[in-house]
Design a protein around this ligand. Structure first.
Ligand code: ATP
Ligand code: MG
Length: 289
């Protein structure tokens, strides 16, 4: 499939409302999606997933299992080779339109080095021609939300790695997205900074009532943050399990050493180990036959 127009034409269904958000539809639905890159790599096979408004979903899996590919599809940056994605029940022809309210945060903060932190955060509003006064108020609010209220006039190089990531988060939040997509955003940070940012991200999720999809390699991070963990496996990339994590709204720092936290980590760890063993013995059988 080569273009969004072609994709939309194939994925539209009769009887769907043209605009608006049907209250019964999930925010995002992934229906039997495959992704084969032009070089032949099958990044995803038969992926099915729905994400309800207000969920915090982590995509957990080893390198190469297609986490970033799936996240890019949610953002409309990549298109499936087969299957469909729906946004509030609508075909993805809404990508880039005002209804497709999502933001993405990457592993690097990707700030413009020559611009102040406030100017970096204001960028999406400038691109959307939001009047300067309103934009400045929203930037101040977004910076305060990530603990950078006093750093608007600083340049990115004057900030620590954790603070740069906070600025990147503020830039994603300033547009007030329905869906926040994060691709291993804290993977390059030390453990203390990462734990702090995890806690602050959770607080932001609760306060703003937004929906979050978070990519990580870390079982601990996935369990601490999420209301549901989607476990993926590589070659080809696919979903092997979905594990609900109870009590997402009541977590604090003490939760990281609680019995229920350890139990959830153990469940996920065993699931991943079992899946890996099954995949290794399947390959051995292939080689022998
Ligand atoms: N543009 C591309 N062209 C060809 N193959 C690609 C492309 N992007 C990703 N791939 C391949 O698709 C598979 C899935 O890649 P993807 O980046 O989605 O995995 P990932 O789970 O995010 O990995 P990581 O944890 O290392 O970031 C990999 O085998 C990768 O090499
Ligand atoms: Mg990736």
């Amino acid at each position: 499939m080569e273009s969004i127009a072609e994709y939309s034409a194939q994925s539209s269904e009769p009887g769907q409302p043209e605009t608006g958000r049907p209250t019964t539809a999930p925010l995002l639905a992934v229906q039997r999606v495959d992704k084969r890159y032009p070089n032949g790599t099958v990044a995803l096979e038969d992926v099915r997933l729905t994400i309800a408004p207000g969920e915090f979903v982590s995509l957990l899996g080893p390198s190469g299992c297609g986490k970033s590919t799936l996240l890019k599809m949610f953002a409309g940056i990549e298109l499936p080779t087969h299957g469909h994605l729906r946004w509030w029940g609508q075909p993805f022809q809404t990508v880039g339109s005002p209804e497709h309210r999502m933001s993405m945060v990457f592993q690097e903060a990707t700030l413009m080095p020559w611009a102040t932190v406030a100017a970096n955060v204001r960028l999406p509003l400038d691109l959307a021609h939001v009047p300067r006064r309103e934009a400045d108020a929203r930037v101040a609010d977004a910076l305060a939300g990530v603990g950078l209220a006093k750093f608007g006039k600083a340049l990115p190089r004057e900030l620590s790695g954790g603070m740069q990531m906070r600025a990147s988060l503020a830039r994603a939040l300033v547009t007030e997205p329905d869906l926040l997509l994060l691709d291993e955003p804290f993977g390059a940070l030390d453990e203390f900074t990462r734990n702090r940012l995890d806690a602050d991200l959770r607080a932001l999720w609760q306060r703003r009532g937004m929906t979050v999809v978070f990519v990580t390699h870390s079982i601990y991070e996935a369990v601490y943050l999420s209301s549901r963990v989607v476990v993926m496996q590589a070659r080809p990339g696919r979903i092997i399990a979905e594990v609900p994590i109870e009590g997402a709204l009541e977590r604090d720092d003490a939760h990281r050493v609680s019995v229920s936290f350890m139990q959830d980590c153990k469940t996920l760890s065993e699931l991943i180990t079992d899946a890996n063993s099954a995949s290794i013995s399947a390959k051995e059988t292939e080689v022998q036959s």
